[in-house]
Write a protein that binds this ligand. Structure first.
Ligand SMILES: Cc1ncc(COP(=O)(O)O)c(C=O)c1O
Length: 344
């Protein structure tokens, strides 16, 4: 285990304002780019991509925005160890492992599944970053996750360490801030490009990105509908999860937002065989977008969501004109473990 650096020794600036403690960890603002060729080819509204895959290199993706808040809270509470959880190829766990290394915190990952023979993609980076890893069979993980997290927290306490638990995907009341504040950035992007998009679309895996965007458009006066394309579970599950995250967020921070007025919308139908299992149409879509736009999507999150968005666009859900924005939430390392599925 790496030597622990106490919170008081951490020099990364905490940016304070109206929002709770925040560490400046992501490369912001990320670009907002039009997908010109694709939009012309499809002939509907113009498609823009918010390049949150560029929040960093290895620290890329949506999780970094959330972790700016979760890790700041951990440090503010004097914690020296972070415990978090996810799938073996979790982007969130990879981002957390690397940020902990950057901040001098210990990191313990609780991963769902068995240890693969080869540590590929995100798992390879988790290992490289020196995270401690515990694997649990899927059924046990599903059943006992909360107990496992608390068990390890108590274990660290016995060792005179203070551990902070970040739940799946940092999708909780604290992590919601990441995409609430991303909406302030989006208002600048829109002003800069002179556009007023009417739809914002993201992949939804644990709900925090969608929850943040949904509250953020309201908080910053963006007149757009936020849609989450779920990549696992179903619409009912995410309507409940996103709403619960928003209620928790409002209860904790009392921002004064009118929760009743928030419009939580999920586009279901693109999960395929299950989480991290994509059909050939998704792999074809990823190849097509890589070749036509130089944009890399992944088969677990952004590939499914982008494919779903294009399918819905062709069915007219987003109208025939105007602008729509896809939030590219990262996930590039998820391509590598599924390299065999690409047909080229
Ligand atoms: C690359 C990527 N995109 C999207 C998501 C979904 O975001 P959220 O968990 O906030 O729903 C995740 C994580 O779950 C992710 O790793």
């Amino acid at each position: 285990m790496p030597e622990t650096v106490k919170a008081s020794h951490i020099s990364t600036p905490i940016v304070s304002g109206q929002t709770p403690p925040r560490l400046a960890l992501a490369q912001l603002p990320t670009p907002l780019q039009p997908l010109k060729r694709l939009s012309e080819r499809l002939g509907g509204p113009r498609i823009w991509v918010k390049r949150d895959d560029l929040t960093g290199s290895v620290l890329s993706g949506n999780k970094v925005r959330k972790l700016e808040f979760n890790l700041a809270q951990a440090i503010a509470e004097g914690c020296d160890t972070i415990i978090t959880c996810g799938g073996v190829q979790s982007n969130h766990c990879r981002a957390t492992a690397l940020l902990c290394a950057q901040l001098g915190l210990q990191c313990h990952l609780i991963l769902r599944g068995s240890e693969p023979q080869i540590a590929d993609g995100n798992l390879f980076l988790d290992r490289l970053a020196g995270a401690r890893i515990s694997y649990y069979p899927a059924a046990q993980y599903q059943r006992e996750l909360d107990d496992i997290l608390v068990h390890f927290q108590a274990h660290y306490q016995q060792q005179n360490n203070k551990a902070f638990i970040i739940p799946t995907g940092a999708s909780d009341a604290i992590g919601v801030w990441g995409y609430v504040e991303a909406c302030a950035e989006l208002t600048n992007d829109f002003a800069q490009h002179g556009i007023l998009p009417s739809h914002i679309i993201c992949a939804t895996g644990s709900g925090g990105t969608q929850a943040g965007l949904t509250a953020g458009v309201q908080r910053y006066g963006v007149d757009a509908q936020v849609w989450g394309v779920n990549v696992c579970d179903d619409e009912a599950w995410f309507l409940n999860k996103v709403t619960r995250d928003l209620v928790d967020w409002e209860q904790r921070y009392q921002t004064g937002i009118d929760l009743e007025s928030l419009s939580v919308k999920v586009i279901d139908g693109y999960v395929g065989a299950g989480y991290a299992q994509a059909g050939p149409e998704i792999f074809n879509c990823i190849s097509d977008i890589a070749r036509s736009e130089g944009l890399i999507l992944d088969p677990v999150y952004t590939g499914k969501a982008f494919y779903g968005m294009l399918d819905q666009l062709q069915q007219g859900r987003f109208g025939q004109t105007g602008d729509i924005v896809f939030i590219h939430t990262g996930g590039v390392f998820g391509v590598f473990p599924q390299r065999d599925q690409f047909d080229f």
